[in-house]
Design a protein around this ligand. Structure first.
Ligand code: NAP
Length: 258
């Protein structure tokens, strides 16, 4: 029996087959889950196309996480389809160009607000929007994708600040939703070459640093699907008493100083 047999999982953030979320959807289906994807804006047709590469091509619902009416519609559609929801993957991040690549002094509040809303607040918006379905299922697991925000990185700038907010928010959501049996955890991934990563000028510096320092080594194509495996484990029943946690899937980079 698969790890996710009988689980109903919503996966956001599939843009290409390099997307971390694509790996999660793929492995989740192979582990027996029923999966629905969401796609965003002009890339919706891309998500629909890439969905056909999954073992069981799933339905794709439109979701811009900054539009509350989209969240209402996704909840209604999943409610009609499944009646409940066992898991959510949050794999959503965006920052305007002024927020990335240089120093934090460059961006103004208007630009920073977009980064914070899409990349951090959206975890609350998504979780709260779909909470009635997880309550109907007797609880659930929310997993978000993170990049270690305990230190300042080159080039990551306001996205780093947004990830720090995401980490804190995940802890507060874990605290506030534990009594409803909803677990909220993050997977802090090492650098993987996706569309989002390529949009960060200076991303190559991360690759080099990981090459030198990660005790287990690191490949930016994530050939073992290590990030997806961790997400699937957290979406499964294998971690029933784990919430507010950050699991590092980074070859051990975070644990060593030099
Ligand atoms: P990706 O394939 O580019 O995925 C990012 C996704 O976020 C895209 O599907 C994008 O859709 C979506 N998105 C952006 N704005 C949105 C909005 N308003 N509403 C709904 N969706 C929106 O890149 P990825 O690297 O797999 O990123 C997934 C997550 O992993 C992100 O949280 C990222 O920070 C995190 N992460 C990535 C790495 C890495 O090195 N790649 C490392 C650690 C953590 P559109 O393209 O249509 O906007």
């Amino acid at each position: 029996m698969g790890l996710l047999e009988g689980k109903r999982i919503l996966v956001t953030g599939v843009l290409t087959d390099d997307s971390l979320a694509f790996g999660v959807a793929d492995r989740a289906q192979r582990e027996g889950a029923e999966v629905v994807l969401t796609g965003h804006d002009r890339a919706l047709s891309l998500t629909r196309r890439v969905a056909r590469k999954l073992p069981n091509p799933p339905e794709v619902l439109e979701l811009d996480v900054t539009h509350p009416e989209h969240l209402d519609r996704v909840r209604d559609e999943l409610g009609q389809r499944w009646g409940g929801l066992d898991g959510i993957l949050h794999a959503i991040a965006f920052a305007p160009p002024e927020c990335l690549g240089g120093d934090v002094l460059r961006a103004d509040w208007e630009q920073v607000a977009v980064a914070m809303e899409v990349s951090a607040y959206s975890l609350k918006a998504l979780t709260a929007g779909l909470l009635p379905l997880m309550e109907a299922a007797g609880g659930g697991s929310v997993v978000g994708l993170d990049f270690d925000a305990t230190v300042a990185w080159p080039a990551y700038a306001w996205m780093g600040v947004a990830k720090a907010a995401l980490e804190s928010l995940a802890r507060y959501l874990a605290r506030d939703l534990g009594s409803r049996q909803v677990r909220v955890n993050l997977v802090a991934a090492g650098p993987v070459r996706t569309m989002a990563a390529k949009s960060i000028p200076g991303f190559g510096d991360f690759e080099e640093a990981w090459n030198v320092r990660a005790p287990l080594g690191w490949d930016v194509r994530d050939p073992q699907g290590a990030v997806a495996r961790a997400c699937v484990a957290l979406l499964s029943d294998l971690f029933p008493m784990t919430t507010g946690e950050i699991v590092h899937v980074d070859g051990g980079y975070h644990a060593v100083g030099a």
